[in-house]
Design a protein around this ligand. Sequence first.
Ligand code: NDP
Length: 497
Amino acid sequence: MTATRTPGMPFVEDGVLVSTSPATGAEAGRLPVADAAAVAAAVQRARDASAWWQSLGFDGRKARLLRWRTLLVQRIEELAALTHLETGKPVADAIVEASAAIEHTDWAARNAKRVLGHRRTRTRLLLAEHAGHVEYLPYGVVGVIGPWNYPILTPLGPTSGALMAGNTVVFKPSEYTPAVGQWLVDTFAEVVPEHPVLQAVHGLGDVGAALCRSGVDKVAFTGSTATAKKVMGACAENLIPVVLEAGGKDALIVDADADVDAAAEAAVWGSMTNSGQTCIGIERVYAVEPVYDRFVAAVVEKAGRLKLGADLGPITMPGQLDIIRRHIDDALARGGKALVGGADAVQPPGVAPTVLVDVPEDSAAVREETFGPTLTITRVADADEAVAKANAVPYGLGGAVFGKADAVRIARRLHAGMVAVNSTLSFVGMGNLPFGGVGDSGFGRIHGDDGLREFARPKAISVRRGPSPVPVMTFERSPAQISRLVKVLRLLYGRGS
Ligand code: NDP
């Protein structure tokens, strides 16, 4: 029976989730499947642990997260090897992924007190007798639901933010990558052995759905737009707030004064790293007329050198092969040309690099998330046309611009949560930048100051320090005091701007 299984397809056997290598079919992990009662029990354990975790304060939590960060660095090869086995991605890619996760853990640990610590607000002239204070309180228990494509980085961004804000976390890894998820939880338990501050629950999509309905206080979801809508629907039943990191169709714009060779190098890496299975992967390029031919030639030369099986691993989720094939076939059938790869590119379990030109703007390869090592390149007259075309999809996750004089101005005009100028994907590796999308790519932010605030409720406290000069918030006020309020308002706000 095992011989007929598709390599990479996880399966459940006797209540155990088994993940396998998409490259070889070798077993990668074996984790017990949680039913709804087990998910609820994990959330209760997390709730019981949260008072202790909160009592450590920012400094105590920082010390624990920095120890975890160090452990992740010390065992990075072990983590990369397991990630390679379970997803098929090259070990070097897994190390680069882990490095970004380590950066975010370090950043959250070092900055949570500054961002989320108690602060006094500036006094306002109206109600000047009151002092304002803001505290950022943890939600309690945060549910983190993660995808398979970056099984280290995607959960660690929200998890490190949620933990540093004082929450405990129950994490549902993708059914394709449960072993990597459990490895992260187990290593955290080595530095925080006292209480189950970070736990994993395993299984198929229904376990994620159960987590949304389990009484968690917030859900941080990373995955497809379709599932994001289901997660939001489930959370809406109990008004559970969500942060949704969903799909993308990121564009790269090459302007007339760009370093064309650098743009081509970045376009190839941004579209083909991790075999294109990257939410912020570059899937479309808009190159302006003066540089188009040179840019295309450079991309063709660089992409043509990549080797399937060495530079590019297999497609982790076997079902994605059909989607990639459909996008390529549709592009070719509608007049597109493959300058690299093309009709024969899908070679299970992988896909060879594919560069497409002359693809109509309304085709699937330009509008839908392909999630494979494919790239469309479109000739445009100028940056205005490039921006209009880049913005003409419902997604708005990331993007990139290559150029000099106007590159940042173009970046500002892209309908996206993040844009890299003269590089691709770099924003995801910077601990101090917020990460998240607009439109069909979701909302809310992880990483950076905003990512820390995402996991805390602001609480306002006003403290009266003396008598009111204009006591109007009382039934004991007089008409004269209301008249005085009007005079004060005219004085403060009644003139010009
Ligand atoms: P999915 O949406 O299929 O799955 C994401 C997670 O949700 C998995 O753990 C999945 O479990 C779980 N899940 C499935 N059904 C439900 C449900 N009804 N309720 C709650 N949870 C559920 O995405 P993929 O794993 O296929 O990941 C690829 C997608 O993720 C791409 O669209 C990509 O763009 C996006 N992504 C977005 C990122 C971002 O930061 N914006 C980053 C990385 C990826 P199971 O696997 O067991 O089905």
